[in-house]
Design a protein around this ligand. Structure first.
Ligand code: F6R
Length: 616
């Protein structure tokens, strides 16, 4: 979490940093700060709250901030509450070193005690202030250059970091380093852009270098990039790539929030995910990572899917699809739990990791553990070149485009599409599905984008439902089979952006406990599309009705049976059961969005959350 940014060049740094920080706010937005350097001094401003608060504070000083070198930070608190003091940049005791940091220093406490014994004092509760003072201690004690002090200090650190540090008396140099947390460098002639995510500098340059774990770079004005290994100071050859990002994709356009834009993009992102992978009418599925590891998948004894949050929900849908179409037993685990349970893994066991950002620390750590134990790790990621994508044995990108709204929407449907393709491909290899089934399934896939587009028309009915229930304290979401994970996802969406408590349950489990919650104040969203235990779902609806619960049912167009039972029905197009999550999740995304809007919440930046969870 946290977003870091920096600039060194010939342009005014302030607008570059402020605008770049705004683009990084998806990584954290509880406080922010910048430091701009000039000869033998610097301007520092930090504040609790979003980047717009920082801008206001700076504006209120009524001064012109001049300087062509600077660093900035937007924070998602780990050590210490979000306030002005804990906000970054942090300054060392002598006021000489100024640093920003994304990540967690796990052994900070031990180092802090050591530094306290050596006369250092601390104003904040952060691990970052400990690190910047460790660098100062090592620098002064050994009379070293800043780069060597940074290098030696980082070799003492346990944890994850991406940092940028500047020395007041030598403000024409920025040192950056990375381990665990992402760090990209944009490079033009005579200027460097530093950022946790290149979207914040892409309108200046697409020449990008992603620092690898254990690398540091010394950036000097008018000098070539100097890239090194932290462990031994060996010089490295920088590999600079041209990054392709469509600027339109990272702008809100006519939409009030990115989340709504991303919900509405789904008919297109589904086509983007399918492009080149599904060749209709021949019904050919091309996924390189599966094809080149065909034998591993054909002979698989089991598959374990690892992910967090929404990606974990798509993993549950993947379990259903893979088991049904390939007959390989599948387990889905929270990456965070998997890592600490001493998992039983044998060489060439298959692990599938799913992550939109490709940076989720829990998923990355679980992946590394699985690889260490000899498993074959296949990745499904959205962000190209992300840490997870770079660490897997093989994988596939979802190509859903940048997802900026903190609540994941289009990445979820793109992940499902990929899981469908993988399940079909392996099923065909293993002869667990017959050709007719395969061909008709591929045909259905060809119609899914249009059906999602038609489903978006439910927004008007959703607005009426949201108006009625936006003020309740609890919601229940029910689904069965492949739509049970959709119920979980609907509940998660509502919780995270509207702060209404919501739970997802398999509909049949209701009678084992949650039914006690139902009274006339409890809205129950129930996925009741045809197939998938339809008759049983009607039974569940009757049970809710008998207890005066309010029923909001997602039904197929033309359904008349549930119409008479439910308080509200949302009619969606029919599609085969295996693809139904792609349709049924749409009204749930819109409902969560609309309720959050009516409640006046900031949909794209819900409290306490961040888009990319790079802490464990
Ligand atoms: C919910 C949401 C999170 C993420 C989770 C994993 O809307 O976005 O639950 O799904 O933090 O993130 P990724 O997929 O980036 O690994």
């Amino acid at each position: 979490m946290c977003g870091i940014i920096g600039y060194l060049g010939y342009r005014e740094a302030y607008p570059i940093l402020i605008n770049g920080l705004k683009k990084l706010e998806y990584r954290g937005y509880d406080s922010s700060g910048i430091a701009i350097f000039y000869k033998n001094g610097f301007f520092l401003c930090k504040t609790k709250g979003r980047v717009s608060e920082l801008e206001k504070k700076i504006f209120s000083y009524k001064i012109k901030i001049k300087g062509t070198i600077g660093i900035g930070h937007t924070r998602w608190a780990t050590h210490g509450i979000p306030d002005d003091i804990n906000a970054h940049p942090h300054v060392s005791n002598s006021n000489e070193l100024i640093m920003i940091h994304n990540g967690i220093i796990e052994n900070y406490h031990k180092i802090k005690i050591f530094l306290l014994k050596n006369g250092f004092t601390f104003v904040s509760k952060t691990d970052t202030e400990v690190l910047v003072n460790l660098i100062e201690y090592i620098k002064k004690k050994n009379k070293l250059s800043l780069e060597e002090s940074v290098r030696i200090s980082l070799n003492e650190i346990v944890g994850a970091y991406s940092i940028a540090i500047v020395e007041k008396s030598n403000p024409e140099t920025i040192i950056i380093a990375k381990l665990g947390s992402p760090l990209a460098l944009g490079i033009n002639e005579k200027e460097f852009f530093i950022a946790s995510d290149p979207i914040s500098f892409i309108n200046y340059t697409n020449n990008t270098l992603y620092l690898k774990d254990g690398e540091m770079a010394i950036l000097k004005k008018n000098k070539e990039l100097d890239l090194r290994k932290i462990i031994n100071n060996h010089k490295l050859n920088p590999i600079i790539k041209k990054l392709k990002i469509n600027l339109k994709e990272i702008e809100k356009g006519e939409y009030k929030y990115f989340m709504l834009k991303e919900i509405y993009e789904q008919p297109k992102t589904i086509l983007d995910t399918l492009r080149g992978r599904l060749l209709i009418p021949k019904g050919i599925i091309c996924i390189d990572g599966i094809e080149s590891n065909k034998d591993i998948f054909i002979n698989a004894k089991s598959i374990t899917i690892l992910a967090c949050g929404t990606s974990w929900h798509s993993g549950l849908i993947g379990e259903y699809l893979l088991e049904k179409l390939t007959r390989i037993p599948v387990e889905v685990e929270y990456a965070s739990e998997f890592r600490y349970k001493n998992p039983i893994l044998e060489k060439k066991d298959i692990i599938i990791v799913i992550s939109q950002s490709g940076e989720t620390a829990d998923t990355l750590a679980a992946l590394k553990l699985a690889k260490k134990k000899g498993a074959f790790v296949f990745g499904i990621c959205n962000v190209v070149g992300s840490s997870i994508a770079r660490n897997v044995d093989a994988g596939v990108y979802t190509h859903a485009g940048p997802e900026i709204g903190v609540a994941s929407t289009k990445a979820f449907t793109a992940q499902i599409i990929i899981l469908v393709l993988i399940a079909l491909k392996i099923g065909k290899y293993r002869f667990t599905i017959n050709n007719n089934f395969y061909q008709s399934f591929c045909k259905e896939l060809g119609s899914i984008s249009e059906k999602v587009n038609n489903t978006l028309k439910v927004y008007n009915s959703i607005k009426i439902i949201a108006k009625k229930y936006f003020n309740v304290n609890n919601f229940l979401y029910l689904g069965r089979g492949i739509n049970f994970p959709v119920a979980l996802e609907g509940a998660l969406k509502l919780k995270e952006i509207s702060y209404i408590h919501a739970e997802g349950y398999p509909a049949a489990e209701m009678k084992h406990g949650p039914i006690a919650l139902i009274d006339e104040n409890m809205p129950v969203v129930i996925i009741a599309t045809k197939k998938g235990c339809y008759e049983k779902i009607i039974g569940n609806i009757q049970e809710i009705k008998a207890r005066k619960g309010k029923i909001i049912a997602i039904v197929n167009e033309g359904d008349i049976q549930i119409n008479t039972l439910a308080d509200f029905t949302i009619k969606v197009p029919y599609i085969i059961e295996e693809l139904s999550p792609l349709i049924t999740v749409i009204p749930l995304q819109l409902l969560a969005y609309q309720i959050a809007c009516i409640r006046g919440e900031n949909v794209d930046q819900p409290r306490n959350l961040a888009k990319s969870v790079t802490v464990e």
